[in-house]
Design a protein around this ligand. Sequence first.
Ligand code: SAM
Length: 248
Amino acid sequence: MNDSIESAVAGVHRDAHVRSQLERYVRLLLEHNARINLTGARDAAAVAEHLRDSLALAPYVRDPLVDVGSGGGFPGIPLAIATGIAVTLIEATLKKARFLEIVADELGLRVTVLAARAETVAQEPGFRERFASVTARAVASAPAVMELTLPFLEIGGLAVLQRGELDYTELIAAADAALILGGGLLEEVALERGRRIVLVGKRAATPGRFPRRPGIPEKRPLARDRRDVNGVVQLVSEPADLGAGARG
Ligand code: SAM
């Protein structure tokens, strides 16, 4: 396994120390993945693709960073290894969070792991509007991701969100949700192999009622498109979610 890990990681980063730390992470991930479901990637070559994806965010993230829905550690762990910045990982599934703690300890990273839902953590004063950047990869729909990430950012902070291609209505729904939460869509950056990063700036404080209760951001997104019987798209923001008496 060691040879295949070394060759898979070889082209991923220029720095030898970073590569050796990434190799240790991949080894732990593949070992633990045999027992608990941490990632769909089953071999070193597949994991290296996730490393590349994660490291593509390095030029955009700032210290301190919070990664929401880290799963087996993407993109938070590779970013902690490659940039040395302080990273908080929020992961709702306890066994995944335990694995992330093992990685942080064994590799000596500046990483804090919270086994919790982002909706709960973002309402705690010690974590709300305390981060210069936030990442989330493959966690929820675009408007829900806005609600799960923007409350963590200080004003002036940057959300660096990894997505497949967003269609026009998804992008508008995400932009609408961002506005409600004090953010503004800045840029969509095209990466290699059809991957994209959506950058969202934090312009104003997030209203205290967001994020809503666990599960609500995904179940009742702040903005979404609805297609009528003729297939015509209508963008809708929930009036109840905008007013003071918001449910959730
Ligand atoms: N970001 C990782 C990646 O790209 O490989 C994991 C993606 S996985 C599909 C989504 C992860 O987000 C799961 O591990 C899930 O437990 C976590 N998650 C989903 N919603 C969450 C929430 N509201 N708070 C914290 N974690 C959440």
